[in-house]
Design a protein around this ligand. Sequence first.
Ligand code: XUL
Ligand code: CO
Length: 439
Amino acid sequence: MAAFPDIPKIRYEGPDSKNPLAFRFYNEDEIVEGKTMKEQLRFSVAYWHTMRGTGSDPFGAPTMLRPWEGAQDTVDNAIRRVRVFFEFCEKLGAPFFCFHDRDIAPEGSTLAETNRNLDAVVKVVKEEMQRTGVRLLWGTANLFSHPRYVHGAATSCNADVFAYAAAQVKKALEITKELDGAGYVFWGGREGYTTLWNTDMKRELDHLARFLHMAVEYAKEIGFKGQFYIEPKPKEPTKHQYDFDAAACINFLRTYGLAPYFKLNIETNHATLAGHNVEHELEYAGMQGFLGSVDANTGDLLLGWDTDQFPTDIYLTTKIMLVFLKYGGLAPGGVNFDAKVRRESFEPIDLFYAHIGGMDTFAKGLKIAAQIRADGELDRLLKERYSSWDTGIGAEIEAGKHDFKSLEKYMLEKGEAAPNRSGRQELIENIVNRYILPR
Ligand code: XUL
Ligand code: CO
C-alpha cells in the first residue's frame, strides 16, 4: 500500500507556479555551469530526521503522525518503513539518501542479533535502491544514542566501549560498501567532554586517531572506495566536542597523519554553534583541500541549540553554492538535508513541503551563484582590493625577495604607506542584492 497516495510525483513547474507540491526552481535537467542541476546539487534525504523524527522534545511527547509506524520497533516494521522512505524519495525526486546504522534497523540484545537485524533490513534497502535508482550519499554509525556511549565511543574511558564502537563501525562500513555508498561520515556525537577534572584529553584524542586509522585500514581491506568525512560540531551533546570546527578538525587530521584520507562534511547549524557562519567553514575547508559535503539546514540564532531547520534563506544557499562552485563542485559529496520538520508540523505532507522548499532554495542559490560568477563583477572588486600585491613591492614580497631589513629600507625611503582604499562593503552588498532581487 502506498504511504502517500494523494501525493503526485513532484515536478518542475517554473517560477510562476503556485502549486505547493511543485518545484519553482529545481529543474533537475537544466544545465548550470556545464552540469545538470541534479549533478550539481546531489540532493540527499536524511533517514534519521525524515523517518525517525518523532517530534518529541525534552518537555513533551512525540507528535508526528506516521500511519506506517507499528506499535513496536520490530524488523518487520523497519522494513515497512524502508519501503515508505523510498516511495518518499522517488516522489520527491531526490537522487541520494544518508542513514545511520541504528536508524534503519532496531538494536537487538546482543551485537550479533543487532547485526542480523541490520542484514535483514539492508537487503530491502538494496532492493528499493535498485527499484528506484536512489543512491547512497553516505552511511554512518550511531555511536551516541545507546547508554553504553555515555562517556563517548572512540574517546571513552572504557576500553570495551572503544571495542564495541570498532565492531559497530566495521559493520557500518561493510553495509555502506554493500550499498555502494559514495562516502562515510564520522560525526563525533559524544567524542568530547563535560569536565577536564575527569578527562585525559591527550589520551582520548590519541584513541580517536587510532580508531580512525583502523577505519581507513579496514576500508582498504574490504575495498571500500568512498570518501571519508569528519563532521565538525562544537558542542551538543557534550559541552566541548573535539571536532569543534573546520580548523580544529584539520589540525587533528594533520597531527595524526589522517589528512590524506578525510574531507569535511560541514553543517550550517554546527557552524553557527561554533560562532562562525557556514561560508566561513566551507571556505576554510576549501582553501586547504578539505571541502567535502554539506549537511544542509539552518539554525535559529535566537535559540542556542541545533534546531536543524530546513534552509529557506536565499542568501545562505547562494553563499554555500558560491564556495562549492569555486572549488569545483560537490561530488562525491552532496547537499544532504540534515533537517527536520518542526514539532508542530506533524502531518506526512509537511515532509514534502519541507524538502521542496529546501531543494528550491538551493536550486535558486545555485543559479544566482553561477550568474554572479559569470558576470565576474565581485571577482573584479576582490582582485582590485588586493592589486597592491600584483606588481611592485607586493609582487616582490610574494615572490620571497624581501626580509625585514629590506622592507625597513623601502619604508624609510618612502616615509609612509600608500593610502588605504574603501572596503566598499555596502556597495558589494547592493550588487549581491541585484542578483538576489533582480526586479
Ligand atoms: C548531529 C548531526 C548528525 C550527523 C550524522 O548534529 O548532524 O546527524 O550528521 O551523525
Ligand atoms: Co549533520
